[in-house]
Design a protein around this ligand. Structure first.
Ligand code: 13P
Length: 262
């Protein structure tokens, strides 16, 4: 207060008010610039992840979609009908929480699976990114309608736990978000029956790592089964591994010890 009085004495009240208004405006301009820079970085990151998904053979043709929640509550999403190898920052679409387009290059519409993505965000305020792909081994389990629910490999026990197969849903319809909703409170990783895989994360890299972990675990599980069957970790050690998530700073949800296959 004393400082303010000194300033008014030295420069006059109108000058002090003008300066304060300018400072507020400057702060707003800097915040907008920072948001813009942030969006550009996120756009680059989405493109990197899309290219990786294609290089890894997790998607063919226009398969797969990616979205990210932005600080202002809007979302960036991949456009529908584009190979993930051809995604560039300028064709990403910005939408609101109803899926309405806020910004898009001419002729671009958000992914046809955007309802599934928005369901993840509305059910899980902790989720900042959603990834959908068809990694072939994990999708093999989705097609065979077999959950990946064996607690056999240390890393996957800690990172994702069991992975359920969510009920069949016709792509792009409300059936898909309805099918995944009951699983979202316990799982960050899901198989979509006869379709593919879905991962969520606090950020895009986390969601991407979960897809990597899922596909590697699916390959290892399949190999173990070809060798005569996987050996489960003891229940006591499974619980110890699950409790290590806090120590490693793992974010998101974990189902604990949960079996889905009959
Ligand atoms: P989009 O091209 O509309 O994102 O659809 C791809 C897909 O994988 C549908 O499940």
């Amino acid at each position: 207060m004393r400082k303010l009085r000194v300033k008014i004495f030295l420069y006059g009240a109108s000058e002090v008010i003008r300066y304060a208004v300018c400072r507020k405006k400057r702060r707003r301009i800097f915040a907008a610039m920072e948001f813009k820079m942030n969006i550009n970085e996120i756009k680059d990151q989405i493109c990197d992840i899309c290219h990786k998904m294609w290089q890894l053979g997790w998607v063919a043709a226009n398969d797969g979609n990616v979205s990210v929640r932005l600080d202002d509550g809007t979302f960036l999403a991949t456009p529908t009908g584009v190979s993930k190898s051809f995604i560039t920052p300028d064709i990403l679409v910005r939408i609101n929480d109803k899926g309405e387009v806020l910004e898009a290059a001419e002729g671009r519409r958000p992914s046809s699976e955007i309802k599934m993505h928005l369901k993840c965000y509305s059910e899980r305020p902790d989720v900042g990114a959603v990834l959908h792909a068809h990694p072939p081994t994990a999708t093999g389990y989705a097609v065979a309608n077999k959950a990946l629910d064996e607690y056999t490999m240390i890393e996957s026990v800690i990172a994702i736990g069991s992975v359920p197969v969510t009920p069949y849903g016709t792509p792009s319809t409300d059936e898909v978000p309805e099918a995944i909703a009951p699983y979202l409170q316990e799982h960050d990783v899901m198989l979509l029956q006869n379709h593919g895989a879905l991962t969520v994360g606090a950020d895009l890299i986390t969601a991407y790592y979960r897809m990597e972990t899922l596909e590697l675990f699916a390959k290892i599980s399949l190999t173990a089964h070809l060798l005569g069957g996987a050996q489960e970790i003891s229940r006591e050690n499974i619980d110890r591994l699950c409790n290590m998530r806090a120590q490693y700073g793992v974010t998101g949800k974990h189902p604990g010890y949960k079996k889905y296959n009959k």
